[in-house]
Design a protein around this ligand. Structure first.
Ligand SMILES: Nc1ncnc2c1ncn2[C@@H]1O[C@H](COP(=O)(O)OP(=O)(O)OP(=O)(O)O)[C@@H](O)[C@H]1O
Ligand SMILES: O=C(O)C1=C[C@@H](O)[C@@H](O)[C@H](O)C1
Ligand SMILES: [Mg+2]
Length: 182
């Protein structure tokens, strides 16, 4: 049976670092009243290390293994509805993309390079951007990952110039429309 809020599945937020997954996820949590989980936070809990420390001490591959493990746990049958914010690189593995598609309504949040640079400039907890040329790194990630986000996205949303609340309302409206048709 369709729940009263018209959303039978999770909402899954994907996109590059700084596109607003955590921020928009928090807004959706407030609006819907069910929990937000963030794969980056779950990984930190599981490893008992920050993401920066996982990359520094164990390397990116170890981080990706933890990321896949956390995604598998989130995909266990019978879990209640949630908003799921994901790490920017979670789409790199084909198996992850399959799980994300099955997990719920997938929203790809987008932002131009300048906006991402501005939004990520203030903190240093994104190891992939600790490089001499973060702009070049972001441009490369956009080229590599855009087809992967596109492959699984039910909704693609440009976020620059939009308030978090507008983004969250847009997502809910589109998701409800999607589920009434399916
Ligand atoms: N629509 C928006 N307008 C203005 N600022 C925003 C918007 N969305 C996010 N921000 C700001 O950008 C910064 C990064 O946002 P956030 O942490 O939500 O990104 P993220 O996608 O979760 O990144 P990561 O993949 O690294 O976890 C935060 O300081 C947040 O307040
Ligand atoms: O884009 C990425 O590959 C990453 C994004 C962050 O959310 C973290 O998952 C981590 O810093 C790696
Ligand atoms: Mg985040």
């Amino acid at each position: 049976m369709q729940p009263a809020d018209g959303l039978p599945k999770n909402i899954v937020l994907v996109g590059l670092m700084g596109c607003g997954k955590t921020t928009v996820g928090r807004k959706l949590q407030t609006m819907l009243g069910y929990p937000l989980v963030d794969t980056d936070h779950l990984i930190e809990e599981k490893a008992r290390l920050t993401i920066t420390d996982i990359f520094a001490r164990r390397g990116e591959q170890a981080f990706r293994e933890l990321e896949s493990a956390v995604l598998n746990e989130l995909s266990a049958p019978g879990t209640p509805r949630r908003i799921i914010a994901t790490g920017g690189g979670i789409v790199g593995r084909r198996a992850n993309r399959r799980l994300l598609s099955q997990l719920g309504y997938v929203v790809w949040l987008q932002a131009p390079v300048d906006v991402i640079l501005q939004r990520t400039a203030r903190n240093r907890d994104r190891p992939l951007l600790q490089t001499a040329n973060p702009r070049e790194r972001i441009e490369k990630l956009i080229i590599e990952r855009s087809p992967l986000y596109h492959e699984i996205a039910d909704l693609e949303l440009e976020t620059a110039g939009l308030e978090t609340e507008e983004i969250a309302c847009g997502i809910l409206e589109s998701a409800r429309y999607h589920f009434t048709r399916s």
